[in-house]
Design a protein around this ligand. Structure first.
Ligand SMILES: Nc1ncnc2c1ncn2[C@@H]1O[C@H](COP(=O)(O)OP(=O)(O)OP(=O)(O)O)[C@@H](O)[C@H]1O
Length: 370
């Protein structure tokens, strides 16, 4: 997949911006606060229906404006154009049109335009809480497995109902009856999610270790999936897992009623990341943690390529300020040999076959002087 062009209107600090990246590497450069990350955020909206910064649509609407619009055109690796338009107005919420057809569910778009990001704030995947690692894993699986996305959405819906029930002050008998029904439903979706995550992580971990071979010190890496509903059990059949999950929820019932929330399930799972047999969050240096994240992202690129029909579009935000020259050049070379890469930096970067886009020049020539 390749982004051919994007036009951005009233999106964060860009009143109007037109951008056409090159086939391979494109370097967007400009001073701090000029709006480089904002361009990547807009591309991410078109690929995955949301931004990567965690900001809401309302936050992205240019101060004082009533609407933002992002219009983009992608070219499939198999020919054919995909036009994506994202429009947001505060009172009408977000609308997305793909080839002039309005999406009824945003989830139907996920996977059509595979996309991998690397941003400095994503170091929290390594150093932050379990939610960050679950998001990494879910984003990867959702981009190639539609059923997983649907199971995840249904699980979240049942979880919400179950938590509301546990927190309610209804008649205890009524609660018990409704809880049994919701627990059964929760366990069904939990099994699907846990099995898909186990499959994904066992493949991903092997690929990660291979990707890591480039490392001069020859390190060994591993990722282990930790389900909050399983203990030492391995390679269970679907039926066995379903029975086990139902039993776990029965055992926890008293505690859950007391604490008024669902205490275990895919929403509480985590990943353990190991470098040379030691947990990276606790023992690795900052440089090693960054290099691990690079390896995870490169693996994600390889994984998505293997599991989808399109080469992912790669968005690298502020790569050079975060990594030493050797690692960043390696990452850039490897990824750009396998698809389109768009990077941001404060200075123009040297290198072969790079297309440059200066935000400051663009503003001057389009009359939008800062
Ligand atoms: N809703 C908004 N309306 C207008 N401007 C905004 C809005 N939200 C953020 N901004 C501004 O948009 C600008 C662009 O931010 P962005 O993160 O894209 O810059 P950047 O070029 O990546 O900066 P850096 O090099 O410091 O990372 C910032 O100056 C920010 O204050």
């Amino acid at each position: 997949m390749r982004l051919k062009s994007i036009s951005i209107e009233n999106f964060r600090n860009h009143r109007h911006l037109e951008f056409e990246p090159g086939q391979r590497i494109t370097n967007i450069y400009g001073c701090n606060g000029s709006g480089k990350t904002t361009i990547l955020e807009a591309i991410h909206y078109c690929a995955l229906t949301r931004g990567f910064s965690g900001n809401s649509e309302r936050d992205c609407l240019m101060f004082g404006e009533e609407m933002f619009a992002i219009r983009s055109s992608f070219e499939s690796d198999h020919g054919g154009e995909i036009k994506v338009v994202v429009v947001f107005t505060p009172h009408k919420e977000k609308r997305i049109l793909v080839n002039d057809q309005e999406l009824q569910t945003f989830s139907s778009h996920i996977g059509l335009i595979p996309c991998v990001t690397f941003t400095p704030r994503e170091l929290v995947i390594i150093t932050g809480g379990p939610a960050e690692r679950r998001r990494f894993m879910d984003t990867a699986i959702c981009q190639h497995d539609r059923k997983y996305l649907s199971d995840l959405m249904q699980y979240r819906r049942v979880l919400q109902q179950r938590n509301a029930l546990l927190a309610s002050h209804d008649d205890p008998v009524k609660i018990e009856i409704a809880l049994e029904v919701l627990t059964e439903q929760l366990a069904i979706h939990a099994v699907e999610i846990v099995m898909a995550r186990e499959r994904f992580i066992s493949n991903f971990s092997v690929m990660l270790d291979e990707v890591y071979r480039w490392h001069p010190e020859g390190v060994q890496s591993e990722i282990v999936y930790q389900s909050s509903l399983l203990q030492a059990e391995k390679q269970l059949s679907k039926e066995r897992m379903q029975m086990l999950f139902s039993a776990r929820y029965r055992d926890m019932k008293k505690q859950e009623l007391l604490r008024r929330q669902t205490l275990a399930g895919p929403h509480r799972d985590d990943l353990q990341l190991f470098l040379n047999g030691r947990e990276i969050r606790k023992y690795a240096s900052q440089g090693q943690q960054r290099a691990f994240l690079v390896a995870m992202k490169m693996t994600m690129h390889a994984y998505l390529h293997e599991h989808s029909e399109e080469m992912p579009v790669t968005l690298l935000d502020d790569l050079f300020s975060e990594l030493d020259a050797k690692v960043s050049s390696f990452m850039l070379e490897t990824l750009s040999s396998k698809g389109q890469v768009i990077i941001t930096s404060t200075d123009k970067k040297n290198g072969k076959d790079i297309t440059f886009f200066s935000i400051d020049e663009y503003r001057k020539t389009s009359g939008q002087v800062r």
